[in-house]
Design a protein around this ligand. Structure first.
Ligand code: ADP
Length: 584
């Protein structure tokens, strides 16, 4: 009892204070119960929709919203200050990584700025001692108390106070404590009216600390659940497959980034009716069947966004709870457009290849049997014979080229190189020869060479393969300019590289095919192109010869109806050792 006090009055005040404390404790206990009891289902709360807007993911998770618990904690801290008649209350949390006790909100009578620098190593001061030993401490005069010398109490003008450990307890179903962890300390500073704290206050604060601990434990649990939920949402978000969840009343409750891209859906689609967002009748049909509880097989659907048609394989099912009640629909969308295209291309390749094989064979057989029939009667003169045999040889070459293309493609596919044969050779004669040969092949086209600036006399590379590259590009330029026109080979030096462009005034290539024409079997399949035969292998091989054999780059520029330019860049002085290594 403190000196000079009127005892009966003091006693009455204390009794009142105790009663008030009891009442508040009961209130807190009830609050805690409520908090814990919130794991029963409740209507989608504000927190849910907030979460949904943030991550594009809805969840029916039922946990106390974090603000609610924060408010409870803040109120509790205020109440502690009131009950203990303390000017300031501070919670210090142990930061394992830093090894420090750090002031965290909510506090009472301390502004955030001061709270932010209120910290101490867990090995120091009275804070550290209480934290380590788990026993409360009371101090009556910080200026004279050696235990509080290291605490940053000067910062908060602390004269006296109580420090108790902050413990969280994990309990099992029967409410037995199965784990206790000291997570920090709770301080009450400066008893009001110039008075001092006593042992009764210590016990009070200890009891209150238990409540603080349990609220923090709840908060932590909530944060962990939130983090888990966030992780799950991130996983969904980053799936390459499109994922959609639809609630029983037909609203989108989840739609990941891929799904949003597939259906070109705005980011705020969650909560809207799926019909309005997906705008796809095929999907609607599947979902309606699912809603009726029917099982739907894997189905292919077509989605057209920004005039691009893509094909998706849909797998969907109704999600049911244990009692068999429908909770909604889950659907996964996989892009199978490329797979489908390859299938289509492969079959058209077989058709093309057979045609390409049959055409020269027909010619060879035709001309050789004509010669054979005429042999006895000397029906054909030397000129005719030369012409016929010339055609036979030409067609044989064509056959061989096709077979080489097929063989080379399968070699590349098997990861084998095309056996480069590097040397130093004359550049200009090679360019001139390719242009001349192609000019002879067509009289409807004007094939020419345009050299800009000086070219080096020689370069290092594989001469035959460079010839093959040029021949192929020139061949295409002529083939895909059915109405004739200019075909120009541009050549110039660009730094350490030779830049070559083969320009035509032909059909051109649609934008979305520009990079894909280099893929195996890829052909532009429109009215004009369909009549022109080919296998779709030429550019695939050319790309390999430029990139792998010559360590260069190749690309195409084009405008439909105006013409195309195929450009490639190869080093003037190829590093043969490096090139060989990259070919292995
Ligand atoms: P192929 O000519 O045997 O079909 P390529 O691999 O050489 O195979 O060419 C692939 C596709 O690229 C062609 O089918 C054609 O659609 C397109 N293409 C290639 N070169 C040109 C060009 N110069 N002009 C227009 N289209 C071209």
């Amino acid at each position: 009892m403190i000196e000079g006090r009127d005892e009966p009055q003091d006693f009455e005040a204390l009794r009142k204070q105790l009663e008030e404390t009891k009442r508040q404790l009961e209130e807190e206990r009830q609050k805690r119960k409520d908090l814990e009891g919130q794991s029963t289902p409740q209507p989608a709360s504000e927190a849910d929709s907030r979460g949904a807007a943030r991550s594009g993911v809805d969840s029916s998770m039922e946990v106390a919203p974090i603000n609610e618990a924060d408010v409870t904690l803040r109120r509790l801290v205020q109440r502690i200050a009131m009950i203990l008649q303390a000017e300031k209350i501070a919670i210090m949390f142990y930061d394992r990584e830093k090894g420090e006790l750090i002031g965290i909100p909510p506090a009472y009578g301390i502004d955030n700025e001061h709270l932010g620098i209120f910290r101490i190593r867990a090995t120091h001061g009275i804070s550290g001692q209480v934290f380590r030993e788990g026993e409360p401490a009371i101090f009556h005069d910080t200026s004279a108390d050696s235990r509080t010398k290291e605490d940053p109490f000067g910062l908060l003008h602390v004269q006296n106070g109580i420090t108790v450990p902050l413990v969280i307890e994990k309990r099992d179903e029967e409410n037995r404590v199965i784990d206790r962890t000291t997570i920090g300390v709770l301080h009450a500073f400066n008893k009001r009216h110039g008075e001092d704290f006593n042992e009764e206050d210590v016990r009070l604060l200890e009891r209150m600390a238990r409540n603080v601990g349990s609220i923090i434990a709840n908060l932590q649990m909530y944060r962990e659940v939130l983090e888990e939920r966030e992780e799950l949402a991130q996983t969904f978000e980053s799936l390459t497959a499109g994922l959609i969840l639809v609630s029983p009343d037909g609203r989108l409750s989840q739609m990941n980034a891929s799904a949003r891209a597939i259906f070109d859906a705005p980011a705020d689609s969650i909560g809207k009716n799926y019909r309005d967002v997906l705008k796809n009748e095929e999907v609607e049909k599947i979902f309606l069947a699912n809603q009726r509880g029917e099982e739907t097989p894997k189905t292919e659907i077509h989605v057209s966004v920004h005039s691009y048609d893509r094909i998706y394989e849909v797998q969907s099912a109704q999600v049911k709870n244990e009692e068999g009640r429908g909770l909604g629909i889950v659907a996964i969308f996989n892009d199978v457009t490329d797979m489908k295209n390859i299938d289509k291309m492969k079959s058209s390749f077989v058709a093309m290849a057979s045609h390409e094989l049959r055409t020269p064979l027909t010619a060879i057989k035709g001309f050789s049997s004509t010669l054979l029939e005429g042999l006895d009667e000397d029906m054909y003169g030397k000129e005719d014979q030369r012409e016929f045999l010339g055609i036979v040889v030409q067609e044989c070459d064509r056959l061989r080229r096709l077979i080489d293309d097929l063989l080379n493609t399968s070699r590349i596919e098997a990861g084998e190189s095309l056996k480069p044969n590097y040397s130093r050779f004359d550049l200009l004669p090679l360019l001139e020869k390719s242009v001349m040969v192609q000019q002879q092949a067509s009289n409807r086209h004007k094939v020419s060479l345009d050299v800009q600036g000086p070219l080096p006399a020689t370069i290092v590379g594989d001469q035959d393969k460079l010839d093959q590259i040029l021949t192929n590009l020139l061949n295409n330029a002529i083939k895909y300019s059915p109405n004739g026109g200019d075909v120009i080979v541009h050549a110039k030096v660009e730094g350490d590289y030779l830049l070559v462009g083969v320009e035509d005034q032909g059909l051109g290539i649609p934008k979305d095919h520009l990079s894909r024409v280099f893929e195996k079997f890829h052909r532009v399949n429109n009215e004009d192109n369909r009549k022109i035969y080919g296998t779709g292998l030429g550019l695939f091989l050319v790309k390999h010869l430029v990139e792998k054999v010559h360590m260069g780059e190749i690309w195409a520029e084009s405008e439909v109806g105006k013409g195309s330019t195929f450009l490639f860049r190869i080093p003037l002085e190829l590093d043969i050792e490096k090139a060989k290594a990259s070919n292995d």
